[in-house]
Design a protein around this ligand. Structure first.
Ligand SMILES: [Zn+2]
Length: 324
């Protein structure tokens, strides 16, 4: 029995990174990973549900630094729908997950989008975009109305004006964001301790977030949709169906899967956090790069290659605590 990933937390000194569940999707694995057809999943059966679908937890990361409260991605929103032949999509728990952290949407000062696929923007307003949703009226405003909303400029320009179903809904997301959206400045951290790392490929402006803390020698890399499943750690040629630039997408996925001890946990008990909007890996992921010149105290250490098998045998290298 696979269960959606629970609310869980990693601590870097005075900074915490907490996974906030919003929902889950169950996808036909060979439809979403065409290179895996017809039987490439036989070695990964523990990652599939009883119906042979790939379950993926969808949510946000809450990054609490000494000075800021940042949300990375906004989940699916309150939706519940099936797309025949593709999968099911259920969301709506993000605000409750935030409340469990004793936070209200107005407590969030920064929203960062890794990219603008529909399952990363669901709580932008009180109207969740869904392929079969019947919108009655217009959104009443941004859910996180006191927050800066930040995204890569090329990502915004790629989707803005588009009604593509996999992207941000024109009425529920694009229109309300348009007057307030801010673009990433690659030269500056988004907030102290949170820095954008360009990882285009899945989408044109896909961005990962590198989290550091002055009182910790570890790093956390929030990978967005660089990878969607643990199987991609070893099956590096398995592009996701909606990767805009498959070659570039594979480059970034390989950059993490071949040289890092990722946080994705090949556990049959829980749908991995290492999926969709909820992927992270430790400081030694190659796409995080060398030590940042402005942060010489991080103690970066080049990683030895660790295979998925070795990772499984070692157990999680990731100090995660489930939050009750
Ligand atoms: Zn995506």
């Amino acid at each position: 029995m696979l269960n959606a990933a629970p609310r869980s937390r990693v601590t870097l000194g005075s900074t915490t990174i907490t996974y906030l569940p919003d929902g889950e999707v169950h996808l036909d694995p060979t439809v979403f990973f065409p290179a895996s057809a017809p039987d490439g999943w036989s070695a990964y059966a523990p990652y599939l549900d009883d119906d042979g679908r790939l379950p993926i937890s969808v949510g946000s990361f809450l990054v609490r630094t000494p000075t800021h409260r940042v949300l990375v991605d906004l989940g699916l929103g309150a939706v519940d729908f099936d797309i025949p032949g593709m999968g099911s999509f259920t969301g709506g728990r993000l605000i409750d997950s935030l409340a469990a952290e004793d936070l209200h949407p107005s407590d969030i000062d920064t929203v960062v989008f890794t990219h603008l696929h529909h399952d990363h923007v669901g709580w932008t307003t009180d109207h969740a975009p869904a392929p079969n949703a019947v919108h009655s009226g217009s959104p009443t405003g941004l859910t996180f109305d006191r927050a800066r909303h930040v995204v890569d400029r090329s990502e915004w320009e790629f989707w803005n004006g588009s009604a593509e179903l996999t992207g941000p809904d024109p009425e529920a997301v694009q229109k309300p964001l348009s007057p307030v959206v801010q673009f990433l400045d690659r030269g500056e951290p988004i907030v102290p301790g949170v820095r954008a790392i360009p990882t285009a490929g899945h989408t044109p402006g896909h961005t990962s977030l590198l989290v550091t803390a002055p009182d910790s020698d570890e790093r956390v890399l929030i990978l967005g949709d660089v990878m969607h499943t643990q199987a991609q750690v070893s099956e590096t040629h398995w592009n996701f169906r909606f990767d805009v630039d498959p070659k570039l997408g594979r480059k970034h996925a390989s950059g993490c899967s071949t040289t890092t001890t990722t946080s994705v946990r090949p556990s049959p008990e829980a749908i991995s956090r290492g999926t969709s909007s909820a992927t992270s890996c430790r400081q030694d992921c190659s796409i995080a790069g060398p030590p940042l010149p402005s942060e010489p105290s991080l103690g970066y250490r080049p990683a030895q290659p660790v295979s998925a098998t070795a990772q499984s045998a070692r157990g999680p290298a990731w100090r995660t605590s489930t939050v009750s």
